[in-house]
Design a protein around this ligand. Structure first.
Ligand SMILES: Cc1cc2nc3c(=O)[nH]c(=O)nc-3n(C[C@H](O)[C@H](O)[C@H](O)COP(=O)(O)O)c2cc1C
Length: 199
């Protein structure tokens, strides 16, 4: 874990939540497929509406034929650091779900995929890897290149890799590789509802 004063929790929580963060300095180490499967296993156990499990993970491992295809979907700003990661993952959600015998639009497919995403990223930390989320990719091209079916939403991409240990960061990297902080709970948790509709 990278120490950062802005990363101190106000309440007693499992350190895993603080240890997860999004570095951009990676070692270039390949992620073994078995390691990625453990992360997907954690995602698998996320809760979802009607247990519909609408998440779909599409992945490319470093040094495989899929890597360049996935890498080319990312914006140049992300490619700059993703080149040193070990796997690229796209998270897609199915917006239709079965409720009994009926196929109907899901209210919560993105929320459910988000729960799977959190499990995935936290498990990565437990295994000694980091999964850095990305919205910076070409959505239209991702849909066609990745054969995303109708009624599915491409939610996000992730780069998974081994973060460069803090002690090995260059002086130029250090400020950029310092985990950020969070707004206080009072900014987002309100007893009894919002104070007014304008809030
Ligand atoms: C949906 C989503 C999209 C993001 N897009 C990018 C991105 O395109 N490039 C990037 O470097 N970081 C991206 N991030 C990382 C966020 O900037 C980061 O999670 C946020 O600043 C909180 O920092 P932390 O993850 O280190 O705690 C994204 C994160 C999420 C969840």
């Amino acid at each position: 874990m990278t120490a950062s004063p802005s990363r101190a929790p106000d309440h007693d929580i499992d350190s895993l939540f603080i240890e997860r963060w999004s570095p951009r300095a990676f070692t270039g180490e390949a992620v073994p497929e078995a390691e990625l499967m453990r992360m997907f296993e954690a995602a698998r156990w996320a809760p979802s509406s009607y247990n519909s499990q609408p998440w779909r993970f599409l992945y490319a491992l470093r040094d495989t034929a899929h890597w360049d295809v996935f890498f080319d979907l990312l914006v140049p700003g992300n490619q700059k650091w993703v080149k040193d990661t070990g796997a690229i993952v796209f998270l897609v959600s199915n917006s239709m779900m079965k409720a009994g015998d009926e196929l109907k639009p899901s209210w919560s497919h993105s929320l459910d995929a988000g729960a799977a995403s959190a499990n995935f990223q936290l498990q990565a930390i437990r295994q000694g890897w980091h999964a850095h989320g990305m919205g910076g990719f070409d959505r239209e091209r991702a849909i066609s290149v990745l054969n995303v079916p109708l009624n599915h939403r491409v939610e996000a991409a992730y780069a998974v890799g081994r973060a460069v240990p803090r002690a090995e960061l260059t002086p130029e990297q250090l400020p950029k590789e310092t985990p950020n902080g969070r707004r206080p709970i009072t900014d987002f948790a309100f007893a009894g509802g919002f104070k007014s509709p304008a809030a």
